[in-house]
Design a protein around this ligand. Structure first.
Ligand code: ATP
Ligand code: MG
Length: 399
């Protein structure tokens, strides 16, 4: 069965954590609703309502199953969404519910078995959920005589939810990314390269509800500016799900040259990093962000040893959040593929990290020694100048 149905098409949006947030719940729900309304506006959405622990996205009349599935798939990628499902709204009447269930199941992916899971959020509906399961199940068996009812390992679960004035029936579910809606946890500034890790780190924090700004350090004028274009492509991917607000781009090449000319080669990388963090911290203050994000993972490369992390953290007062610190590269790659940044990140581009690298970088930096090496540079002046020359690109994010 395909084409439009007599019932209004909806996408049901389920969320987990929001339910746990007590009196903040309404604020989170409103945030998620606004984010979905704004981000999914291109998907035949008419309106989004809040209804007994769910959001209901109403699709325009005449929308077909493929459009509903595309919308549900898209919304499942928005932070805060635990699961989406496609279905219909119908009257609070068991015959209508059964008819809607027949339509919904008929349009779900091919199936050999199913079960019905009914619930009422208002007990004033005359039929209890066990009886609804049986009645709707019987209607489905009649419509699809080849299909079997199974309580475990079934192909499709047909969900029925009876609410105050209506009922919702769905038979196609997609797991969501989970987390909290962007805009519910303050602002952060991410150090964003065009590599695999930092876009994932930024996304993880956006998924914890943070509004993320970013700063990218190019190796210009000593290298090409290709990395800036890749970072812009990455930001456009993150923008689709509302995960990035802006990217500052700054050129670090000239400063790295100065550092490399007069400090012990083994300390160069730590000094570049400290300068990066200082610039990021200053930009963070400008936008009202209270913390920094990096994509470091303990022991992954020479600069990411515990000693060197201590040396870089020492450069700034703001907390440096490292959401990938205990994550294996393989898991980071899987997430990068899932969020859509991987193919961009695997393109080769020189950035400040490929510039003036020493043959054997220090893996056990000592804070006092690093401070001493740094003291010969006018860092404060540099930071001022770099920040004043930063170029800003803004991205669409729900207000
Ligand atoms: P990534 O895959 O994120 O580039 P990496 O594995 O290359 O990380 P490093 O080069 O040690 O590791 O970088 C560690 C972190 O420093 C990055 O995750 C990122 O947060 C930050 N960083 C590195 N290079 C840049 C850059 N050019 N611009 C902004 N931040 C950067
Ligand atoms: Mg890198």
């Amino acid at each position: 069965m395909s084409g439009s149905a007599p019932f209004q098409r909806v996408v049901l949006v389920h969320y987990h954590e929001i339910g746990l947030k007590g009196h903040n719940r309404q604020r989170f729900e409103t945030r998620l609703l606004k984010n979905i309304e704004s981000l999914a506006s291109g998907f035949d959405v008419v309106t989004v309502h809040r209804l007994s622990g769910r959001l209901i996205v109403f699709l325009r009349e005449g929308a077909v199953q493929a459009q509903a599935e595309a919308c549900a798939t898209f919304i499942a990628r928005i932070p805060g969404v635990a699961r989406t499902s496609c279905g219909f709204k119908c009257g609070r009447d068991i015959d209508q519910i059964s008819a809607a269930a027949v339509d919904a199941l008929g349009q779900a992916a091919p199936f050999a078995s199913f079960k019905v899971a009914a619930r009422r959020s208002h007990t004033d509906f005359e039929m209890d959920s066990m009886t609804m399961n049986k009645v709707v199940g019987a209607a489905l068996c009649e419509a699809y005589p080849d299909a079997r009812v199974r309580m475990k390992e079934m192909d499709v679960v047909v969900h029925v939810e009876v609410v105050q004035n209506s009922a919702f029936v769905s038979a196609f579910s997609i797991p969501g990314v989970g987390g909290l809606p962007v805009g519910s946890s303050g602002k952060l500034m991410a150090l964003l390269s065009s590599g695999i890790d930092s876009p994932v780190a930024l996304w993880q924090m956006a998924k914890r509800g943070a509004v993320c700004h970013a700063v990218h350090f190019s190796g210009a004028p000593e290298t090409s500016d290709v990395s800036e274009y890749l970072v812009d492509d990455i930001a456009h991917v993150l923008e689709q799900t509302g995960c990035i607000r802006s990217v500052f781009t700054v050129e670090l090449g000239g400063y790295q040259r100065e550092i490399s000319l007069s400090c012990p080669p083994s300390l160069r990388v730590i000094l570049y990093r400290r300068l990066m963090l200082k610039v990021a911290e200053r930009l963070a203050s400008q936008v009202g962000a209270k913390g920094l994000i990096t994509g470091e993972s303990l022991g992954q490369v020479a600069s990411q040893t515990l000693d060197n992390i201590c040396c870089t953290d020492d450069a700034v007062a703001m907390p440096v959040l490292r959401p990938l610190i205990g994550t294996d590269k393989q898991d980071i790659i899987s997430t990068a593929k899932m969020i859509g940044t991987y193919s961009i990140s695997t393109e080769d581009a020189p950035d400040c990290c490929t510039l003036f690298m020493p043959r054997s970088p220090e893996t056990h930096g000592k804070v006092a020694q690093v401070r001493e090496a740094e003291s010969q540079f006018p860092e404060e002046e540099w930071v001022e100048r770099i920040v004043s020359e930063a170029r800003l690109r803004e991205y669409r994010q729900p207000k």
